[in-house]
Structure formats: C-alpha cells, structure tokens
Design a protein around this ligand. Structure first.
Ligand code: FAD
Ligand code: NAP
Length: 535
C-alpha cells in the first residue's frame, strides 16, 4: 500500500509573492481558478520584503512604479515622495494583499524545491522544503529577476568574527552602525543608496570598489499635491503614455531628440546639465545615440566624470570614482549625496580593481597585504540575476528534461514567458522579456494579463496544454541578442550579461524595448498564438 500523502490538486501553483505573484493570484482567482502561492519569505512584497538596507528606495518614480489594474487602488493610494522608500513600497504591497484578500491563498515561509511535469496527467508536481507535495495544471514562476543573492566566495569568510550582512537579505530589525567600523564591498545601486546613510552613523566606513559606477542625483522630494492630482485626474492615459515609452516610464518628462555627435559642445553641455538637474534615470534620454554610438556615449561619460570631479574634493578619490566603462552599460544608479559622501573624513575608498579582496580575517578585510579592521561587513554584491531563482529550483519538463541542462549555455525562452519542453510552465518577466530594462510593475502586469488571457483561451477552447515551439524559441533568442548587439550594452561586464557571477554563461538576457515587445506579444495572440502548440 502506498501511504504517501495524497497530493493536493490546484488549477495553478504560483511561486513567489512579490508584485508578480500577487497580481497573478488576483487575476487567476478572478478567472475562477483554484490557486496556491508558495513564498519563501514571511510576507508579500518580494524585493521590498528582502532589501531593507538603509536608503533602499525606488529609482522609478512612485506614481509610475505601482499597479494600474485597479482604478480604485491607484486613486486611493497616496505616495509621499517622488521616489518611494522601501518601507512605503512594502506598506503598499501589504495594502494590496489586504484589499484583495490575497494572503489566504499564499503559503509563506515555504520555498519550492522542485517542479516536475508529469506527461501522463499533464500536471506539474510541486514539492516544497516544508514537505508539501501538490499538483497543478499550470506552474507559474513569479520568482523575481533580482531575488537570488550573489555572495562571492571570499577566502576566510568563516574566520571573520563580526556580522556579515547582504543588502538583499537585510535583517528585519535594522542595524545601528553608530560607533562601528564598517566595511562595504560593492558599488552598485544598493551600495550607492546605502553608503551616504551608513556614513552618517558609522565611526569609519571603508568602501571596497572593484568597478566605479555612474550615478545621477535623484533630487528626491515630497510629492507635490497638484502634481499628484494632475496624474490621478487621468491616470489611465498616464499609464497608456508610459507603456509607449522605451522603458515604460518618463512619458511626462521633457523629451529630447537629436544626436549627441551632431550637437555643439555648448548644446550638449546644456542638455546634460538639464537632465542632471531633472534627476533620475532619464539622464540617458538626453540624446538618441547615447547607447548606440561609442563616441556619443563617451561624450556623456566624460561630462559625468567631470561632474564627479567637481563634487569630490580629493583628486585621487575623484579619479577612482570616475567610471571608465560605457555609461548606461551597467545599470545607471540614482543617488542622494553619494559622491559628496567621500568628502567626509570617516569615509575611505579602497580600490580593489587591480588587487582584489584577498580574504576576510578575524577582524577585518585584507587587500594587498593590508588589513582594514572592521566590526561588520556589508556585501552589496548583487544578484544572480534573471536565471538564479529559476535555476535553484529543480524544474523538469517533458521526458525529465531539466531546466539546468536546457539552460547550461544560457537561458532559452520564447518571449521570456515560455520554454520549449516545459508545457504549461510560465515565467513572469523571464529572460528574453524587457523586465529589468523597464519599469517592472507595468511589465509584470502585461505578462500576467497575457498569461491569464492565455489560460482563459485554453479553457474556452478545450485545450489541456500549451508549449512554445523549438523554432520560435530559437528565433526569439537570436532576435533578443541581435537587438542587444546593435547597442553598447554588451560592452561591459554587467549582470544583464551574467558577467557578475563566475562561470555564468555570457548571454545578454533582457529584451531591449517595451513597446515593440508588447506589440509582438499581441501579434502572437492575434495570429492564433503564433509559435505555440496546444494539445
Ligand atoms: P520579486 O519581488 O523578486 O519577488 C519574487 C519572490 O519570489 C520573492 O519574494 C522570493 O522570496 C520568491 N521566491 C523565489 N524563489 C522562490 C522559491 N523557490 N520558492 C518560494 N518563493 C520563491 N524595478 C523597477 O522597475 N524600479 C525600481 O526602482 C526598482 N528598484 C529595485 C531595488 C532593488 C533593491 C532591487 C533588488 C530591485 C529593484 N527593482 C526595481 C526590480 C524589482 O525586483 C522589481 O521591480 C519587482 O519588485 C519584481 O517583482 P517580482 O514579483 O517579479 O519579483
Ligand atoms: P550590482 O549592481 O550587481 O552591484 C554589485 C557590486 O558588487 C558591484 O559594484 C560589483 O563590482 C561588486 N562586487 C561583486 N562581486 C565582487 C567581488 N568579488 N569583489 C569586489 N566587488 C564585487 O548589485 P546591486 O547594487 O544590488 O544592484 C543590482 C540591481 O538591483 C541594480 O542594478 C538595479 O536593477 C536593482 N536595484 C535598484 C535600486 C534602485 O535604485 N531602485 C537599488 C538597488 C538595486 P563589479 O561591478 O566589478 O562587478
């Protein structure tokens, strides 16, 4: 007799309860499906649940970085600042969960360990680290693009006697750095947001920088009531206009066209200065050729380096902080007082570009035979982006094919939504979709709506399973890379290419351009789910 517990059967299992998992649950429940969500964290919010480091906040403006699926929700929620803080975004996620009664279908503190497709029953069998074993017709991965932390294997990590924190797994109780000597490794967005705040508390702050990053000021401020009113008066149109923007935001900001290489020096300087004063990611929209032409890019890069030299008083530190790579190639950072922080007497920059971190000792960090004594270490070392969370689950499709094997040379998807050999598996904002190169909440909503509509279509047309075709998948991967190759994105070692994780295949993962992507998704549906097979 088989005394194993009987698997519970759902129409769909969703993995992850960030903004993607939450909205997917809401949509599928509206469609009448039975759904179970598994979430490794203790509550909703995903990114904003985990990344609680000092200074964590959005770099897309709050009126844009929010759901649009409910007109009532977007009218009633009040953002307080131009760029929302992590606590405020987490409150928002919690409010959405309460308002739509989502938590009753979410099992928290539960990590999905495996998802196997059973061809005989056309079902996914999902196992969790808490011992759950459930089956579902559809398995939807809402596991996040930036949810699997990257922790480099520094020598002697276990020898260090003080606490080590990763920005992406920050303690909920917060940390008071008053009176402490702090070491922080990394100078990406997470470090650049947290360094100015930690510097105000700590006795000494040592910043270990491997690659200097470009950062533009946020010019954050409280939101003006009139500005909020003007967006809310016609929020629907504001959303439509933003969907037409290359990255899904910035429609109401000044538009600039023309080429940097055609402009006079005075015109260029004026335009860069205007964008700098405006603040935020729109800096790269100053001219149309900045991510296409290396000469144009260098003009923007050198303007920014000159700006850094005017802010940072010590010329040696200023030179170290002036990045050398293509501007915009690694994600542009958005800061509040980052460069000026290096004018403080208690902040020290350690260049680890030529001589890497040797090891952690019992009491500090050693570089080039010098020990920097610290009481605690912060790893602002980023994520195994886009594929990390998916590949840490044992996902097996038809004939036991594992996703790890299928993606050994880099991720293969059709539209970033579907993988050949894995029927009824959907990935929200998977590799091959605009995801991290866009305002992610609208991108998530577009994916969720596409998936929900597809499931409804299958139900009304009596289909059991959907799977993308091998050729459609291969063509899509080629196409996504061909777009990237027309730009300057592949010219540096970014996490978009997987270059931050040793041994990860170097493949450009996101699709560049939201409007053309949405058009393609709609076209696929209009052509009867072109590139997909049903059975
Ligand atoms: P996530 O929020 O990452 O949620 C995925 C969830 O899945 C997590 O809670 C995780 O615990 C869970 N999970 C993963 N694997 C498993 C498993 N095996 N079992 C169970 N649960 C699992 N984007 C923007 O557009 N604008 C911004 O300003 C912006 N700022 C950011 C700031 C930071 C610090 C970071 C890290 C990212 C930022 N992003 C930003 C990207 C951000 O990830 C997305 O905007 C968005 O929050 C992603 O939502 P998601 O639901 O897809 O993924
Ligand atoms: P990140 O951009 O990948 O930065 C990681 C940093 O750690 C880099 O400076 C990297 O140097 C350094 N590093 C990694 N391994 C190292 C090693 N072995 N030795 C020394 N240095 C090492 O990660 P992140 O800052 O967490 O940001 C990731 C993404 O999350 C962002 O790009 C953005 O999309 C999102 N995010 C957004 C915001 C926001 O403003 N809203 C805030 C945080 C994060 P190298 O560059 O040399 O690899």
């Amino acid at each position: 007799m088989n005394d194993a517990p009987q698997p519970v059967k759902f129409d769909a299992v969703i993995v992850g309860a960030g903004f993607a998992g939450m909205y997917m649950l809401h949509r599928l429940r509206e469609c009448g499906l039975s759904v179970r969500v598994f979430e490794a964290g203790g509550d909703v919010g995903g990114t904003w649940y985990w990344n609680r480091y000092p200074g964590a906040r959005c770099d897309v403006e709050s009126m844009e970085y929010s759901y649009q699926f409910s007109a009532e929700l977007q009218q009633e929620w009040e953002w307080s600042e131009r760029y929302a803080t992590q606590p405020e975004i987490l409150d928002y996620a919690s409010h959405v969960a309460d308002r739509f009664g989502l938590r009753s279908d979410i099992q928290f503190d539960t990590r999905v360990a495996s998802a196997h497709y059973h061809e005989a029953s056309d079902c996914w069998q999902i196992e969790t680290d808490a011992g759950d074993s459930v089956s579902a017709r559809f398995c939807i991965m809402a596991t996040g693009c930036l949810s699997s932390t990257n922790t480099p294997d520094f020598n002697g990590m276990q020898d260090f006697q003080g606490p080590v924190y990763h920005t992406g797994e920050w303690p909920h109780e917060g940390i008071d750095f008053t009176g402490k000597r702090v070491g922080i490794i990394g100078t990406g967005s997470s470090a650049i947001q947290s360094i100015p705040i930690i510097a105000e508390q700590a006795d000494e702050l040592w910043v270990f920088q491997r690659t200097a990053n470009y950062s533009v000021p946020a010019h954050n401020r409280p939101l003006d009531a009139a500005e909020v009113r003007s967006v809310k008066t016609d929020y629907a149109n504001f959303r439509v206009m933003n969907y037409a923007m290359p990255a899904g935001f910035g429609a109401t900001k000044p538009h600039h066209d023309g080429l940097a290489i055609d402009a006079t020096e005075a015109e260029r300087n004026a335009r860069f200065a205007t964008r700098w004063e405006l603040g935020g990611l729109g800096f790269m929209g100053a001219f149309e050729d900045l991510m296409l032409n290396p000469d144009a890019n260098e003009l923007a890069a050198e303007w920014t380096r000159a700006k850094i030299r005017t802010i940072v008083e010590d010329p040696i530190t200023a030179e170290l902080l002036a990045p050398r790579q293509t501007i915009g190639c690694k994600r542009l950072c958005v800061d509040t007082g980052y460069y000026a922080t290096y004018n403080r007497g208690n902040v020290h920059l350690v260049d680890v570009s030529e001589t890497p971190v040797d090891r952690f000792t019992a009491s500090g960090i050693e570089v080039a035979d010098r020990e920097y004594p610290v009481d605690c270490i912060i790893l602002a070392t980023g994520f195994d982006a886009m594929t990390g969370a998916l590949l840490s689950i044992d996902i097996r499709g038809r004939a036991g094919l594992s996703l790890q094997d299928k993606w050994a040379a880099g991720p293969l998807t059709y539209l970033g939504l579907s993988v050949h050999g894995f029927p009824n598996l959907f990935t929200i904002c998977g590799p091959g979709s605009p995801s991290v190169l866009s305002n992610m909440i609208p991108s998530i909503e577009q994916h969720v709506n596409w998936i929900a509509d597809c499931i409804v279509h299958m139900s009304t047309s009596g289909r059991i399973a959907i799977e993308c075709e091998a050729q459609a998948e291969a063509d899509w991967v080629t196409y996504v890379n061909s777009i990237a190759d027309m730009t300057l994105y592949p010219t540096c070692n970014s996490w978009y290419l997987g270059a931050n994780v040793p041994g990860k295949p170097r493949v450009f993962m996101p699709h560049i351009g939201l409007p053309s992507y949405i058009e393609k998704c709609e076209d696929v549906v209009q052509k009867g789910y072109d590139g997909f097979a049903f059975y």
